[in-house]
Design a protein around this ligand. Structure first.
Ligand code: ATR
Length: 274
């Protein structure tokens, strides 16, 4: 089999969990392919994309939107989310976005179905966008809150979802009111992420038994929000699952294989706890 080359394009890329995860899949499945991280400055993105010998790439912060200009085609997922995290090179470069699938598969494997139910999303950055699009796909009743309310409103407008997503203030009172009858709570902010551990984006007192709490943050594995949710008897889902499932979807697109999900999770967890 002809070895193929894959990589992660970001800045900074640091110690890449994606490289560890994909390399492990190739080893596990006896595939000769390779995956490595490339630290590419914004000013160098275009030339990197145009001259790289890669067969496929994942794209991460800060290039997910900028890279859209440098591919010839956008898959529906990239058009919906308005960002690209996966590129297929070849005759034509095609941009995809697997973050939405990563999110929905993370819910499905925990048998969480937000269809027709109330969901609260906290944060209005890049991670929020894919999650909002995914939740709208389920026809969930979505409420969005963000420290900077104007950014939440701008995001809803950009998604053309003014009649589908309600924006509320980010303060303890309005969070408490909204969480009274919320089934799924999704944190997409960086609150609680290493090194700022110990903080949660919502007061613990607003959480209730029976709710599902999804934290897109995966470092640390047990964020303050996840710890609070566990104490309150909520079902919890870690950002590790979304990382794994978006990576698995990229592999399906590049290679038409069905990757070993548990092996990928184990590899990420190994790299997080070491
Ligand atoms: P990403 O692309 O990973 O989503 P981002 O675009 O930098 O990251 O977005 C970070 C999100 O975390 C934003 O919603 C940000 O809120 P603002 O829009 O008000 O900046 C949110 N965030 C970061 N630090 C926060 C904090 N201390 N409290 C509340 N929200 C915070």
């Amino acid at each position: 089999m002809q070895p193929k080359k894959f990589g992660l394009i970001g800045h900074p890329v640091g110690h890449s969990l994606s490289a560890a995860m994909h390399t492990r899949v190739f080893r596990e499945m006896n595939l000769p392919h390779t995956y490595e991280a490339f630290d590419v400055q914004p000013a160098d993105l275009r030339s990197f994309i145009e001259s790289t010998g890669l067969d496929g790439a994942n794209v991460t912060i800060p290039h997910k939107v900028a890279v859209m200009k440098y591919v010839e085609q956008l898959d529906q997922s990239a058009r919906d989310i308005h960002a690209v995290n996966t590129v297929v090179f070849g005759g034509q470069k095609i941009g995809h976005n697997t973050d939405g699938v990563g999110f929905s598969k993370s819910l499905e494997e925990e048998l969480v179905n937000p269809a027709g139910r109330n969901a609260l999303v906290i944060g209005a950055g890049g991670a929020s966008r894919a999650i909002l699009v995914s939740l709208m796909g389920y026809n969930a009743n979505v409420t969005l809150t963000n420290r900077t309310k104007g950014k939440a409103e701008a995001l809803v407008k950009a998604l053309n979802a003014q009649d589908k997503i309600r924006v509320i203030d980010y303060n303890p009172e309005s969070l408490k009111a909204a969480l009274q009858d919320t089934y799924l709570i999704v944190n997409t902010t960086s609150v609680g992420m290493t090194p700022n551990v110990g903080y949660s984006p919502i007061p613990k007192g607003t959480l209730k038994n029976g709710q599902v709490v999804f934290d897109a943050v995966y470092n640390p594995l047990k964020t303050q929000l996840i710890k609070d949710a566990e104490e309150k008897g909520c079902k919890t889902i870690s950002g590790v699952n979304m990382l794994v499932h978006q990576g698995a979807q990229s592999l399906r697109i590049w290679l038409d294989i069905e990757p070993p999900i548990q092996v990928m999770k184990d590899e990420v967890l190994k790299n997080l706890t070491n």
